[in-house]
Design a protein around this ligand. Structure first.
Ligand SMILES: [Fe+2]
Length: 164
């Protein structure tokens, strides 16, 4: 799939996650999937959400997305505490899969179309560039540990420009 803008970039990642979900059970593939989900969540927060908040757009949807991201990260952390492929691991993995499916559905069917209708194409293309450069510098383990779930808290209001 040719990546055209920031939303395509994220949808492309969703597709890759789906393929990995389908290729399980396989421990190596699970670790790849885990890593990709962590990086994806971080990318959405650090690039997409930050840009949207700077434009003062979609605060409510972003608050809700942060909650969903936090749940995804907590389930990944929970999975780490179980033996791979044990019954409790499988149970947690089922939760991961269903929350992840919901994540994709909410973004691709609801949130992204709204963004597309309100954010200019050139801005979305610029965000895709930002995502590429951000992705190069991501450290998955650093993102997840030790700051879960604080890493995914709403950024402070201070420092944002206020019109006077
Ligand atoms: Fe996503």
């Amino acid at each position: 799939m040719k990546v055209r803008d920031a939303l395509d970039y994220l949808c492309d990642q969703h597709q890759k996650h789906k393929l990995l979900f389908e290729s399980l059970p396989d421990k190596h593939n699970y670790m790849v999937l885990r890593d990709k989900i962590i990086r994806h969540v971080n990318l959405e927060e650090e690039v997409l959400f930050k840009n949207l908040l700077e434009m003062d757009l979609f605060r409510e949807q972003i608050d809700s997305a942060w909650e969903d991201h936090k749940n995804l990260m907590l389930i990944l952390k929970d999975l780490d505490s179980h033996e791979y492929n044990s019954p409790s691991w499988k149970e947690a993995f089922r939760k991961l899969k269903s929350i992840h499916e919901l994540h994709i559905q909410e973004e691709e069917k609801e949130f992204f179309p709204e963004i597309k209708s309100q954010v200019p194409d050139d801005y979305l293309a610029t965000m895709a560039e930002q995502m590429r450069s951000h992705a190069k510098n991501q450290e998955a383990n650093f993102i997840l540990y030790p700051s879960i779930p604080g890493q995914h808290e709403r950024p402070p209001e201070q420092g944002r420009e206020v019109c006077t």
